[in-house]
Write a protein that binds this ligand. Structure first.
Ligand SMILES: Nc1ncnc2c1ncn2[C@@H]1O[C@H](COP(=O)(O)OP(=O)(O)OP(=O)(O)O)[C@@H](O)[C@H]1O
Ligand SMILES: [Mg+2]
Ligand SMILES: [Zn+2]
Length: 306
């Protein structure tokens, strides 16, 4: 791994030997240092969740739920009840944890609200993606979360059976502040297309309830560039009926159908160009192998909309 970048924010580390800035570790795990994970990849593959037999990325990146020990230095696997989700390397596709880690940082740089996350080494040294659950309050209470597959009253296996337009209808219907939620959704869908994410399906979008039961779009999760591992991977949810070959016009029309003001939509699309340098430098500082860094930068440049 690149030893000079923080395993949370990807900025430079001044202290040799540590994985992350103290403040960054705090933001993710509530302690000054990132934890050691007390398992190795081989073991995770036996305790990980069952694989869903699809030809896409879906479900191949086995995930496991964990809790911190009292000293907060070690994460122990505890299927079901954990405050954290750990996603180790997948056997079928290379570098997914590094890919998800940098993509989540890029999303934050582009103004998306994202789940707190870090890249942590397992006992065997292999990196895993760690995220803190946003559907657990500090006292451990569960906050109500409904994904868009549930909101659309579809069974989980129909998570690819939807569209961007359907997502906006769901948000208009169920979010407490529909205009705010629609703008956040637009930004997230545009970001997914920009970064070549072909796995942004209905279960990768959720509404989260606050204590008063008011629903808002949840922080973004499961963001990664499937294009880096699957050639020409199309969008999971079509925009204007299209899963590929989207243009500026496709997005302007989507914004209009979502009843977002045209000025706002144009500003969101123009922001891709403005965000490009920050995203490129995050990619450069990331833990992806060099060939993937090059491919990721090329994809972003190719898709900036004129
Ligand atoms: N930080 C988080 N806080 C709360 N819930 C989360 C968080 N990250 C993921 N989840 C929930 O866990 C589920 C699985 O996580 P995630 O989507 O990252 O895994 P995955 O294996 O990549 O899924 P997929 O089947 O989409 O490929 C999500 O659908 C979401 O409901
Ligand atoms: Mg998912
Ligand atoms: Zn940092």
């Amino acid at each position: 791994m690149n030893s000079t970048s923080c395993h949370v924010c990807l900025e430079g580390l001044e202290r040799v030997g540590s994985l992350a800035h103290e403040r960054c570790a705090h933001a993710v795990v509530g302690a000054a240092r990132l934890p050691e994970i007390d398992v190795d990849l081989a073991h995770l593959h036996t305790v990980g969740l069952a694989m869903v037999g699809r030809a896409s990325l879906s479900g191949v990146q086995r995930k496991i739920s964990l809790n911190l020990t009292a000293a907060r230095s070690t994460l122990r696997t505890e299927v079901g009840a954990g405050r954290f989700i750990l996603k180790p390397q997948a056997q079928a596709f290379p570098n997914l944890p590094e890919n998800e880690h940098v993509t989540m940082r890029m999303a934050a740089a582009c103004g998306l609200e994202v789940a707190p996350s870090a890249l942590v080494p397992l006992r065997d040294g292999s990196p895993a993606f760690l995220t803190r659950r946003f559907d657990r309050a500090d006292d451990g209470r569960k906050r109500r979360q409904e994904d868009f597959c549930q909101l659309a009253e579809k069974p989980p296996k129909e998570k690819y059976d939807g569209s961007a337009e359907l997502c906006f209808r769901l948000v208009r219907r169920y979010a407490a502040e529909p205009g705010v939620a629609a703008l956040r959704l637009f930004r997230q869908l545009l970001f997914c297309w920009w970064t070549g994410n072909g796995d942004a399906h209905l279960k990768n979008l959720s509404l989260l309830a606050d204590d008063e039961g008011r629903h808002a779009l949840s922080p973004a999760y499961d963001l990664l560039s499937t294009r880096l591992v699957i050639e020409d991977d199309p969008l999971a949810l079509p925009v204007g009926g299209k899963r590929a070959g989207l243009t500026r016009r496709s997005w302007v029309e989507l914004g209009a159908s979502a009843r977002l003001p045209n000025k706002v939509v144009e500003r969101e699309i123009d922001a891709l160009r403005r965000n490009l340098p920050a995203c490129e430098s995050l990619i450069e500082r990331s833990f992806l192998p060099d060939a993937m860094k090059v491919a990721y930068r090329e994809l972003l440049r190719e898709r900036v909309l004129g």
